[in-house]
Design a protein around this ligand. Structure first.
Ligand code: UDP
Length: 259
């Protein structure tokens, strides 16, 4: 079946194939891990499956509360069918606690609670190292319209409120995370929806039951131990995998498809 597929794009962590229905795309979650703008690379067996399952769980919940996303359904452990969208070239970062580049830039101690949630935008451009930009740059260069910015900011706040509560309930602090949005035309109107993925690859998750231990990609960035064990614990607490279950690390098996 793979042979018949048309590959549309291969990124650092995902491959996109043409979907079986009009205006759909298949997202394949790879086991590849990269950090520091792809200067650090590794293949971590099982990561793609865990990210797909965690992202599926979160996007389904967001769809359920009426937050529009590109997610349609999972096809198997490693792949999902999504609506085809034009990605808005921004990384929207929402922060609740000082960490990573914010802590460094402003000289804040990692772990300091922020007076309120802070949203930052970065221009998606690997060659430039994803520079931080503000609404002036975004609208002047036409990366998003003022209305799209408004939609993205409102959705980001809603997602942050929802996810902070969801993770808090399972003893995990949502420190910060990155979102991407996409646009598509519906009834001659341009709509903005949440796209990409939400997984421990693009969130900082700290274990409130274990001294704020990291349960996210910082484990890989900073060589802190087993990334898959941590991601599995996130999936277990979310109720996605059962106690004692080890997610398959083999090739993807198709459980449901119209292909
Ligand atoms: N992030 C991401 N992709 C990027 C940059 C950041 O998913 O290209 C996420 C990262 O995992 C963290 C949040 O966005 O949850 C804030 O990252 P930060 O700006 O602190 O940069 P970093 O320390 O990751 O370089």
């Amino acid at each position: 079946m793979n042979g018949k597929r048309t590959q549309l794009y291969e990124g650092k962590a995902k491959i996109l194939y043409q979907g079986p229905e009009p205006n759909t795309v298949i997202v394949h979650f790879k086991d590849d891990a990269t950090a520091f703008n792809a200067e650090k690379k590794a293949v971590i067996e099982g990561k793609g499956v865990l990210n797909q399952r965690i992202s599926e769980f979160i996007f389904t919940k967001l769809n359920d509360i009426g937050l529009p996303t590109h997610f349609l359904r999972s096809l198997n452990m490693r792949e999902q069918l999504v609506r085809s969208v034009e990605i808005i070239p921004l990384e929207v970062v929402i922060r609740n606690v000082a960490a990573g580049s914010l802590a460094k830039r402003l000289g804040l101690e990692e772990g300091t609670a922020l007076p309120r949630s802070i949203i930052e935008c970065y221009y998606k451009n690997d060659k430039l190292g994803d520079p931080m930009v503000n609404e002036e740059h975004i609208t002047a260069f036409g990366w998003a319209t003022p209305m799209e910015m408004d939609d993205m900011m409102h959705m980001s706040i809603r997602i942050n409120d929802f996810l902070s509560g969801l993770f808090m309930g399972i003893g995990i602090k949502l420190v910060d995370f990155k979102l991407e949005f996409g646009r598509f035309v519906e009834n001659e109107m341009m709509r903005v929806v949440l796209a990409d993925e939400i997984s421990p690859d693009n969130c900082r998750l700290w274990d409130m039951r274990n001294n704020n231990a990291k349960m996210d990609k910082d484990i890989f960035r900073r060589d802190l131990g087993s990334l898959v064990d941590a991601y599995q614990e996130v999936a277990r607490r979310l109720g996605i995998i059962q106690e004692g279950e080890t997610p398959p690390r083999s090739r993807p098996k198709l459980v449901k498809s119209d292909l």
